[in-house]
Design a protein around this ligand. Structure first.
Ligand code: SF4
Ligand code: MG
Length: 326
């Protein structure tokens, strides 16, 4: 089966200014990332802020062009952002992000905003669009009377449902969800996540689910990529990664979440600075915070290696990798 979405060796470099002299430095927000996503599947991307998750999502939608590597959608290279082909494609790929209030226009009713992508992509006549909006409201668990309200007249959870209705309006094949429930109360998060995965399964939508919340990612993902400073450090089956993380960074992340049924693991608290893409350490970028770093880690960048169970890990000390402590 052809992948719906493929990122092959993708890098994105920004020029940023830093320091008192304001010298421009190249910041590798995403560095040689490869991912594949088939229809109806969910790939979770986890990591701290600044690890390149959101940039990966924007690359996946063609909102940004990679400086290296290639993004393919339905087997074809992603067209240039803003081009007529890309605009047409945009109906098939939608973005849902954290802040539903910021994503909506306060002056327009919910119905108008859900209808907007249908108007933009010239889908249906006025009556058909009205019916479609009513069906979408139902699908996301909003009431007919929510249609005439404005964003500030809804709760946070209802607003995120409305944003999802709008994202689903054009029947997308791909949803990129960037921290979709992070702004919501924990009690509401589960409801919105369940609704999202139900709709995704019913419609066979592929989802890139970006979050710093491992519990949610574990719940929704068929595959997980753990990112650190723009690179994938561990990728594979979520059950394997959450039960037995191999990369020291994944181990630290996973140690912070309670695992139902599992023996209580000792919490690994990371010291040192969180990732700063403008200041990437040499060698393994994680080495200043890694509790088990060896000399080689400071000079050599570990490549992603496939372990016998199929997952990929970038660490000199991963079992089965050739290079051990130098
Ligand atoms: Fe730690 Fe070295 Fe592995 Fe990097 S390569 S995660 S520094 S042990
Ligand atoms: Mg982000």
């Amino acid at each position: 089966m052809t992948d719906l979405l493929e990122l092959a060796g993708v890098s994105r470099v920004y020029a940023s200014r830093r320091g008192l002299i304001g010298r421009a430095v190249a910041v590798r927000a995403v560095d040689d990332v490869s991912l594949r996503l088939a229809a109806g599947r969910t790939l979770g991307i986890v990591g701290e802020s600044g690890c390149g998750k959101s940039t990966t999502g924007r690359l996946a939608l063609g909102l940004e062009r990679p400086d290296q590597g290639i993004v393919r959608f339905e087997g074809e290279p992603m067209p240039a952002p803003g081009s007529p082909v890309w605009r047409r494609l945009r109906a098939r790929m939608q973005l849902v992000y954290q802040d539903p209030l910021g994503a909506m226009d306060r002056r327009l009713t919910i119905a108008t905003q859900i209808e907007e992508p249908l108007v933009i992509h010239d889908i249906g006549n006025a009556a058909e669009r009205r019916d479609r909006v009513a069906a979408l409201l139902r699908d996301v668990g909003l009431r007919p009377d929510h249609a005439a309200r404005h964003p500030h007249e809804l709760s946070g959870g209802q607003r995120q449902r409305a944003v999802l209705a709008r994202a689903l309006a054009t029947d997308p094949a791909l949803l990129v969800c960037d921290e979709p429930v992070s702004a919501l109360d924990v009690s509401i998060q589960a409801q919105v996540v369940n609704m999202l995965t139900d709709l995704q399964q019913a419609r066979g939508i592929a989802m890139l689910f970006i979050s710093h919340d491992l519990k949610v990612v574990r719940q929704v993902s068929h595959e997980v990529a753990v990112m650190y400073l723009g690179r994938t450090v561990e990728q594979g089956d979520p059950e394997a990664i959450f039960a037995d993380p191999v990369h020291p960074y994944s181990r630290a992340l996973v140690s912070a979440i309670p695992v139902p049924g599992a023996r209580r693991r000792e919490r690994i608290v990371l010291t040192g600075d969180p990732p700063n893409p403008a200041d990437r350490p040499k060698g393994c970028a994680f080495h200043p915070r890694c509790p088990v770093a060896v000399a080689a880690c400071r000079v050599e960048t570990p490549a992603l290696q496939t372990l016998p169970d199929g997952r990929e890990v970038a660490c000199h000390l991963a079992p089965g990798t050739i290079r051990k402590a130098a």
